[in-house]
Ligand binder design. Structure first.
Ligand SMILES: *Cc1c(COP(=O)(O)O)cnc(C)c1O
Length: 381
């Protein structure tokens, strides 16, 4: 399944993207999101901004969810129309806001009252009106890792439900903004639909409250967070998009003319990417042996940062080789630079290529230059 002959002479480590799998994933997203003509899908570009990946996503007709000015610029460079871009983030600076206003993006997802006031001021100065949605903290516990849970009321994202209405009123009266609706994002790597059903119930309740107040909601952005199967990338290469979109189609009580926006990152690109690394040394210790590879947390930080699991395969081992157990570790001078412990691999030698699977999301984009290392190259096929 990997084009190994094309890997042999490439300098390692590098990211490999299986564009055929990415295209199949995008086809499934388009088919299953079509269950409701009000649905539109934005790709959360923070998961992976590689131009070859963005090109496929742009061709598939998805919009963009950006969380920085740099992401907006990258998306526009890669062909996305500004009016398909939404801009989220708790700390948008003035330059970023002005750039997004000038580009004419679809919507700002606003996370606090002071941000709302600043966007209105800057828009008035630029002679524009910014479309905005308010990010609501729906207080749903999505049971993900505590570093990546975002929907609980005590965190830096969004506005608590209890504090929302005065901010909505302010948005309606401010001259530089047009209130479009509400934005939510409850967490990441969710593989169970229950938190999404709870989100639909919350949105339905809030819609009733808004209706009583006589405030119209034109658009609802339900965020992203659909997970991927890190343990079985070959068995489940494409997430349950049908279950996901059906959950919202069945759960949301939409009003006439409302649009629903989705912001999927990981589930779009996660399974199409692998980090390919070469074994430098096999070191035998007292009770363990270590496969020391030429990639480290500088190339893929998820295991060190969130104890994330990536399947590891020796893709150059001879078929039928006996299996042995290895700790797979990188060259960085930190003991957290371990990809996984006690991994069963075919007998592994210096020069073998290993693939760290399911690394298409939050992999290459989070690479760093720590230890003065070069940023990883990529290869797409
Ligand atoms: C990160 C993020 C997403 C995408 O999350 P995934 O888990 O990759 O789908 C969507 N919306 C917002 C606001 C985000 O911050």
């Amino acid at each position: 399944m990997f084009p190994i002959d094309k890997f042999i002479n490439r300098p390692t480590p590098f990211y490999y993207y299986d564009l055929a799998l990415l295209r199949r994933t995008l086809d499934v997203i388009k088919e299953t999101a079509a269950v409701n003509s009000a649905f539109s899908v934005h790709y959360a570009v923070k998961a992976n901004a590689n131009p070859l990946v963005l090109d496929q996503i742009c061709r598939a007709g998805l919009g963009i969810d950006a969380v920085s000015g740099g992401e907006i610029e990258r998306a526009i460079e890669c062909g996305f129309a500004p009016d398909t871009i939404v801009f989220a983030g708790v700390g948008k600076n003035d330059n970023e806001i002005n750039m997004a206003l000038n580009a004419g993006i679809a919507c700002f997802n606003v996370e606090s009252l002071p941000e709302l006031e600043v966007i209105s001021d800057l828009a008035v100065k630029a002679g524009k009106v910014a479309r905005i949605a308010l990010r609501v903290n729906p207080n749903i516990d999505a049971h993900t890792h505590h570093y990546i849970t975002t929907g609980l009321s005590e965190n830096k994202f969004g506005i608590s439900r209890e504090l929302l209405m005065p901010v909505v009123r302010r948005a309606i009266e401010l001259p530089g903004v047009e209130f479009m609706g509400l934005h939510f994002h409850i967490g990441s790597q969710l593989t169970d639909m229950e938190p999404y059903r709870m989100l639909c119930d919350t949105i339905n309740q809030m819609q009733d409250e808004f209706e009583k107040e006589g405030i119209a909601i034109k658009s609802i952005n339900v965020g992203g967070g659909l997970g991927i199967d890190y343990d079985n990338p070959d068995k489940n290469p494409i997430s349950d998009f049908k279950g996901y979109f059906d959950t919202f189609n069945n759960g949301l009580k939409l009003r006439e003319g409302q649009s629903v926006h989705f912001e999927l990152g990981r589930s779009v690109v996660g399974q199409c990417g692998s980090l390919i690394t070469r074994v430098l040394y096999v070191k035998k210790g007292l009770a363990k042996q270590f496969a020391i590879v030429d990639a480290g947390f500088t190339e893929l930080i998820r295991p060190a940062l969130y104890q994330a699991h990536h399947e590891i395969e020796n893709i150059s081992a001879a078929p039928g080789s006996p299996m042995e157990t290895y700790d797979v570790v990188g060259p960085i001078c930190e003991s957290s630079d371990t990809f996984d412990k006690d991994v069963e691999l075919p007998v592994t030698h210096r020069g073998d290529l290993l693939a760290l699977r399911s690394a298409g999301a939050y992999g290459e984009i989070m690479a760093s230059g720590y230890n003065c290392r070069r940023l990883p190259q990529s290869y797409a096929d």
